[in-house]
Design a binder for this molecule. Structure first.
Ligand SMILES: Nc1ncnc2c1ncn2[C@@H]1O[C@H](COP(=O)(O)OP(=O)(O)OP(=O)(O)O)[C@@H](O)[C@H]1O
Ligand SMILES: [Mg+2]
Length: 363
């Protein structure tokens, strides 16, 4: 065993490894939960700020490099996670076990909000997070169809209802209380009280992320829901063409007005990859979201191509990012959606970082 391989030296080496996203070292962030040294083998437990950490591989290789320099022959990293809360406000107490809430919004309808929301939730769950999905589109609830839960019966006791579960995600939608295709023609106050009940009366339990699928537009429904639900941030979905970008601008402005941070922009239906020849065609164009993002000093968090499997997966209730979808590991759109989910998680970790206290030091 190298005599350099002591607890103190290891902590000093780890103190030089930075969480690349937060920009601070693992020790001062309290991320090192245990160290065990046996001969040349070091076992570490590192607590991440999200199980969907986009830079896990980089952190691991920096740890290994640092400890090999001290003479370690084997370094084993056991990952844990502790997702911190990133929202507050008067309605935050309605969902006491929820750590982050992410609204998926757009100006224009039909641009892929529900598709993005569903795949964001499934991807985060697939990376090990505890995830909920709230269908806040009361008059056009599509989450149950896309998650394959249209015939689910809601259970509950004492005025509390349990979420419906599929693809590793806990969900609630007005659709679960409707029969068949009966329309919901509610006006503002009823929509308001339905959303309030979805927050207050659903047994969400402990969730790292609650994804909220918003109705389209910047009208009454979207606006009042954005004010009612305590939000960590919003993701704006747009397609590349100008009509969609114009409405996306309005959505960003709406969130600015109600003091909800926009986490970034998603360009959906960004080019079409022909399933026969693999060539990319610009149906709606590509890159429009880039200029929108620059205008508002935001980032484009993902470019998701038009892919028939995304649509068929949605229609069949098996989202493209679900391991149950046969193309989930080969689809370009699925890869883009999974990377998008990690970058959302990463952004929320950065938001939580100033509040992060240094954790206990290992013995
Ligand atoms: N990247 C994509 N590739 C192929 N089809 C897609 C893609 N994104 C979305 N779709 C399809 O486009 C249609 C509209 O998507 P979706 O319902 O998610 O939009 P929306 O913005 O939620 O609509 P609304 O405004 O009505 O709520 C769906 O049939 C969906 O499967
Ligand atoms: Mg929708």
């Amino acid at each position: 065993m190298s005599d350099q391989l002591t607890n103190e030296n290891i902590m000093a080496a780890l103190g030089r490894v930075k969480d690349p996203e937060i920009g601070r070292d693992l020790v001062s962030l309290g991320m090192i939960k245990s160290i065990e040294i046996a001969g040349g083998t070091v076992d570490l437990t590192v607590e991440l700020t999200t199980p969907a950490c986009p830079l896990k591989a980089k952190i691991e290789s920096d740890i290994v490099d640092g400890l090999v320099l001290l003479g370690a022959t084997t370094v084993r990293v056991d990952w844990a996670s502790n997702v911190k809360r990133t929202f507050g406000g008067p309605t935050a107490d309605l969902i006491p076990g929820v750590r982050n809430t992410i609204a998926v919004a757009s100006g224009k309808g039909g641009v892929g909000k529900t598709t993005v929301a569903v795949n964001l939730a499934v991807s985060l769950a697939r990376d090990g997070a505890r995830v909920g999905l709230l269908d806040a589109d009361i008059t056009g609830p599509n989450v149950p169809l896309m998650m394959g839960t249209t015939s689910s019966h809601v259970t509950g006791t004492g005025g509390r209802v349990n979420p419906v579960s599929a693809h590793g995600v806990s969900m609630m939608s007005i659709q679960y209380f409707l029969t068949g295709d009966s329309p919901v023609i509610w006006r503002g106050p009823l929509i308001h009280s339905a959303i309030q009940q979805f927050l207050r009366d659903v047994e969400w339990g402990d969730l790292d992320y609650l994804v909220v699928d918003l109705p389209p537009g910047t009208g009454d429904a979207a606006l009042s829901i954005s004010q009612l639900i305590p939000l960590s941030g919003a993701v704006i979905v747009t397609t590349p063409q100008e009509v969609s970008l114009m409405d996306a601008r309005r959505a960003i402005a709406m969130f600015n007005k109600v003091n909800v941070r926009t986490l970034g922009v998603v360009e959906n239906m960004s080019g079409f990859i022909c399933p026969d020849c693999g060539t990319e065609h610009d149906i709606f164009g590509t890159g429009g979201a880039g200029s929108l993002a620059r205008e508002f000093e935001l980032d484009v968090l993902a470019r998701i191509p038009l892919e028939p499997a995304v649509r068929t997966g949605g229609d069949a209730g098996t989202p493209i990012t679900s391991p149950q979808h046969p193309a989930s590991d080969s689809s370009v759109a699925a890869a883009a959606l999974r990377e998008f989910a990690r970058s959302v998680a990463g952004r929320l970790s950065v938001l939580a970082a100033p509040m992060a206290a240094a954790g206990p030091r290992p013995n």
